[in-house]
Design a binder for this molecule. Sequence first.
Ligand code: SF4
Length: 293
Amino acid sequence: MGLLERFDPWRSGLCTCPPKLTFNPYTGCDHACVYCYASSYIPKFFSCRPKKDLVSRLKKEAAKLNGEIISISNSSDPYPTIEGEKSLTRQCLEILSRSNCKIQIITKSNLVVRDIDLLKKVPSMVALTITTDRDELAKVLEPNAPPSSERLKAVERLIKAGIPTSVRIDPIIPYVNENPESLVEKLAVLGVKHITCSTYKVKMDNWQRLNLALPEIAEKLNPLYFEKGEKIGRYIYLPKNLRLKLTENLAKQAKKHGLKFATCREGLKGLNTATCDGSWLIGETHSPLQKLK
Ligand code: SF4
């Protein structure tokens, strides 16, 4: 199996991403998010390990690139804790920055600012996930990821350095972070041009973690998912009318601040005002709607 693979999120008919490749330097991720989906299909997910022969394999595969967008990463985070010491993602970015490609980084870590020099060498963008602007809540939801306040500082540094940056408010969980108004306001002030959101989807392992981390919330969510929710693929979604309400609320806030907005795998693409994954920001050569499906 290659390192660079066609991005195909479980063949979900709800995915509206433009064609791109996906690349995970690591298997697993120690950020240990309560709501993580990848932990349901990758064994020992929260103990993060580098891919075998990562750098030598990437060199061979990168030589064949032909201008594709490479999304780093979709089934893990490219900046887990050990990246600070191992710098494997950095070594990969060194290779890719000399190759014929465009780079999209998706992360919850402020360590991405370390690699601004490399990201400047190639058409690129960064999508930082920030689910809340409250550090104490982020610590519950994403125990080992850097605090939201550090991620916001990273957004500022990236934008000041000229790296286009979007923010994923992802996932929205009712009763937890369903009204991120102050966060959207902060993002607008920092110069963010695009936000992407999705709602929390239940998989049995993330549901167990949510019950442990937020038992009172889980009690309130139970009927929404298990009585009124809908099963789509291997996930249990909130009822569609509630998903529409939550995402419309965010779409309105984005509009108020002049930000582009998109939903991710919700089946609500009518709300999108730009390509869902924010990749239109790469090089800012495309109009936001150019690749909108
Ligand atoms: S950062 Fe992403 S891959 Fe890592 S634990 Fe959190 S949701 Fe899972």
